[in-house]
Design a protein around this ligand. Structure first.
Ligand SMILES: Nc1nc2c(c(=O)[nH]1)N[C@H]1C(S)=C(S)[C@@H](COP(=O)(O)OP(=O)(O)OC[C@H]3O[C@@H](n4cnc5c(=O)[nH]c(N)nc54)[C@H](O)[C@@H]3O)O[C@H]1N2
Ligand SMILES: Nc1nc2c(c(=O)[nH]1)N[C@H]1C(S)=C(S)[C@@H](COP(=O)(O)OP(=O)(O)OC[C@H]3O[C@@H](n4cnc5c(=O)[nH]c(N)nc54)[C@H](O)[C@@H]3O)O[C@H]1N2
Ligand code: SF4
Ligand SMILES: [Mo]
Length: 738
């Protein structure tokens, strides 16, 4: 009998519990863990390919260092020494702020990516920080920050209890859900309909999710904010606003009523390409439903009016009395979030504490827009990026105009990448430090538990031994130490011990903390021996809302207790907790924050012109994941997935049959065409993450079916100004026979 091991799947936001089959020190299979408290056995094709992903022969097993221009396998000591020398040299010559940092998506799915990058940024003192957030959810953070004062306190739809769900610009049947962590999202949508609830999907494409809906509205791309504003206008106009138990807690209601006057269903109908009656019907149904939640994702976020759209999602949730109540949009409470403290009055939240050097983009959550990365490398002067660190990212394919970024990265003095693959981005590195595969890494969802539709905590220790290579926590700790000039002989656990001592000192001094006034040494002595990240996880759990407060609440959570429950600990359904997250200066929900009010002028102006021509949107595939899962035979068979989808009538008008030449602001591509009568007329879709035809990469399966890079059509000039997020959906393109 082969052994088994439990492991949370790190491959998307659903966080399914898997049972791995282990034979002779390798994973040979994966199935859903039926006893998992959250996922109850659900698995998708990506999770089922865990073994193949884990054993991929193209994964780097040793670090690479550039010698005479060629990336060469070396030992770990040599690689760390090369990283320390290269980064140290850049810092000595140009200062820590000259080192740029790019953090990619998997950082949200690894223990190391959650715990160490902030320490590296602090060690550098750099403001040149970029991440996939400005290709993704940054508009949501800005909307949450301005409305509630807490940019990290997500509102998620209470999927299992809602009576009415509006899904805007998301396709959870394919993506498995995002910013709403819910294994078997599709099953939960079917359950909603079975219990008599209704599902509305707003998407220019008739996606698999739309096929499940009672109502599918197909707007022009980029117009969700106007559509939602019209819903708001109807709620006011027809006296359907009902703040429920928040009537005294909402500031700016009258201002929103005033603003909405310009966005009646009739005045937005042509812009949105949706009938005024359909918008009215949506508003009335939302108001009438016993409980309802509006949920928006990529299609509402990575668009011209992304922050406005994300704001209006929650404005509608507030106006229909559905914020922070069961069945509505609620705030999860993760086990590692600090325990809620008595309110100290908020300071509010804002952006723009500094600006990018070249184009003056405002900082948002201490980050700058990814689309500004290339110019920050290319443009000489004080503060120019001279060296780069990338962790778990592939911006050459994921961000607009990869050709330009490609050239820019070629020009930096020194680059370190922490990544298991040699890909379009990491091929530019001077040192590549590959983390071990998931089976040899621990797992805890620091980020995604804060998005879960049911509170829970699960920990997977590494299922297999490291066999002589460092784990990712050690890799990132050693980079941190090197930046402080601490030599390689030092114990990397120093980094964690420093964090633990500082955190506990702060907690002890905070009268609202569950360990207020306790001696730091006494607290540290309670942490288990072992890996630094496990000690930090234990500390965070014990300080958290469900924690044992270092013995003060003896039944509370500790890492020991979590490990004693290998299928996880269920922490119950979401509960109302707005007052724990509200940190606005007024202490109320700010329904009409000034920056958002100001930005409505841009939306109002856009209503008057409805340009014709095709708009390009993105598309995800169940057996793919951004740019990095195209190297697995099990996931890459079948028909070509990197195709341009067009409505048959549009294709006929354009004279396009099997191949098309597509021209966008950033370049042109020739791509196979697929006809699809489920896509809105005037819209074309092309998936991102493809274009594996550059030299010097190390993913043989991906290179054999490279596809084209959709983001090369985009020059990155279009941004949502409030969040710095790139416009990835709604790009004007020309299509002709190819
Ligand atoms: N046109 C268009 N572009 C898009 C999108 C779109 O919808 N349309 N979506 C955007 C979105 S939502 C996102 S999140 C971004 C993603 O953008 P990125 O995060 O830049 O790109 P990924 O393709 O996810 O690259 C992930 C990298 O992490 C590496 N990796 C995998 N596991 C680990 C690990 O355990 N440790 C480390 N260190 N590395 C690991 C992989 O090898 C890969 O190099 O793409 C964005 N780009
Ligand atoms: N299989 C798979 N799963 C994934 C990923 C993957 O690449 N593959 N990526 C992961 C990542 S990083 C993320 S962020 C999530 C994303 O998760 P989702 O947001 O659920 O996934 P998308 O497929 O990008 O869904 C966006 C939808 O918006 C629609 N759309 C485009 N423009 C507009 C618009 O202007 N308005 C409206 N209303 N709709 C619009 C598109 O047609 C698409 O159906 O998925 C994650 N899960
Ligand atoms: S849905 Fe996501 S978390 Fe679940 S098995 Fe698939 S990839 Fe893994
Ligand atoms: Mo994403």
């Amino acid at each position: 009998m082969p052994d088994t091991a439990l492991r949370i799947c790190p491959l998307c936001e659903a966080t399914c519990g898997l049972t791995l089959t282990v034979e002779a020190d390798r994973v040979t299979g994966a199935r859903g863990d039926r006893d998992d408290v959250f996922s109850a056995g659900f698995i998708c094709p990506k999770g089922a390919s865990f073994a193949e992903l884990d054993n991929d022969p193209d994964r780097l097993t040793a670090p690479l260092v550039r010698r005479d221009g060629v990336l060469t396998e070396v030992g770990w000591d040599e690689a760390f020494a090369a990283a320390a020398a290269g980064l140290g040299g850049a810092v000595a010559r140009h200062g820590g702020p000259s080192v740029g940092m790019y953090l990619g998506n998997p950082n949200a799915h690894t223990v190391a990516g959650s715990l160490y990058p902030p320490l590296i940024i602090r060690a550098l003192g750099t403001r040149q920080v970029f991440s996939a957030s400005t290709l993704d959810q940054m508009p949501k953070h800005v909307a949450l920050g301005l409305m509630f004062g807490s940019p990290g306190a997500f509102t998620v739809p209470d999927l299992d209890r809602t009576d009415y769900l509006v899904v805007i610009g998301a396709n959870p049947l394919v993506s498995n859900g995002s910013l709403a962590t819910a294994p078997d999202f599709g099953g939960r949508l079917r359950a909603l309909r079975r219990r008599g609830g209704r599902l509305v999907v707003v998407d220019p494409a008739r996606t698999r999710t739309a096929e499940l809906a009672d109502v599918h509205l197909a707007p022009r791309p980029g117009t969700d904010a106007a559509l939602l504003f019209a819903v708001v206008a109807v709620l006011f106009d027809e006296n359907l606003v009902d703040l429920g138990h928040f009537s005294d807690d909402v500031a700016g209601l009258e201002q929103v009523r005033e603003l909405a006057r310009d966005f009646t269903p009739e005045s937005v109908a042509a812009f949105c390409g949706v009938d005024a009656d359909a918008i009215r019907g949506l508003a009335r149904e939302l108001a009438a439903a016993p409980s309802a939640a509006v949920y928006g994702r990529m299609g509402t976020s990575t668009v011209e009016f992304g922050t406005l759209g994300n704001w209006l999602v929650d404005v509608v949730n507030v106006l229909t009395g559905n914020l922070d109540r069961p069945g509505g949009a609620m705030f999860p409470l993760s086990a590692t979030a600090p325990a809620p403290r008595p309110r100290r009055g908020g300071r509010g939240w804002g952006t723009g504490r500094w600006h990018s050097r070249v184009s003056g983009h405002p900082e948002v959550l201490s980050e700058l827009p990814v689309t500004a990365l290339a110019e920050e490398i290319e443009t000489p002067g004080e503060g120019q990026i001279k060296a780069m660190i990338t962790i778990a990212g592939n911006p050459v394919l994921s961000a607009p105009d990869g050709n330009r970024l490609d050239r820019a990265l070629d020009g930096v003095d020194f680059m370190v990448s922490v990544d298991p693959y040699l890909n379009e981005t990491t091929r530019h590195a001077d040192v590549v430090l590959p983390p071990p595969p998931p089976s040899r890494s621990p797992h805890f969802d620091f980020a995604l538990n804060g998005l879960a539709i049911r509170n829970n905590a699960r920990y997977s220790p590494p299922a297999l031994p490291l066999s002589g290579r460092p784990d990712e926590a050690e890799i990132l700790s050693r980079i941190t130490l090197a930046l402080y000039g601490i030599g390689q002989d030092a114990d990397p656990a120093m980094v964690d011990e420093q964090v633990i001592a500082t955190t506990l000192a702060k907690e002890s001094a905070d009268p609202g903390s569950p360990v207020a006034g306790r001696a730091v040494d006494e607290l540290i002595a309670q942490l288990p021996p072992g890996r630094g990240y496990e000690r930090r996880l234990d500390m965070m759990l014990r300080l958290g809302a469900y924690g044992d407060a270092f013995g003060a609440r003896p039944d509370g959570l500790t890492l020991d207790r979590l490990e004693a429950a290998p299928h996880g600990v269920d922490l119950g359904p979401l509960r109302p907790r707005l007052h724990e997250v509200l940190r606005t200066a007024s202490g109320r929900i700010e329904l009409a924050p000034e920056p958002l009010v100001a930005d409505t002028a841009r939306l109002r102006a856009a209503l008057t012109s409805v340009p014709d021509g095709l708009l390009l949107i993105g598309r995800r595939h169940l057996r793919s994941n951004n740019s990095w899962m195209h190297n697995l035979p099990a996931l890459s068979g079948g028909t070509n997935r990197c195709t341009l989808r067009l409505h048959p009538a549009d294709a006929a008008d354009l004279g396009v049959t099997d191949t098309a030449r597509v021209k966008g602001p950033g370049g042109e591509l020739v791509v196979p065409v697929e006809l699809d009568d489920g896509i809105r007329r005037g819209v074309a879709s092309l998936p991102h993450g493809w274009g594996h035809d550059r030299s010097g990469t190390g993913q043989r399966v991906a290179a054999a079916a490279p596809g084209v890079n959709a983001n090369q059509l985009n020059d990155g000039a279009m941004l949502d100004p409030l969040s710095g997020t790139a416009v990835l959906n709604g790009i004007p393109v020309l299509v002709e026979p190819g």
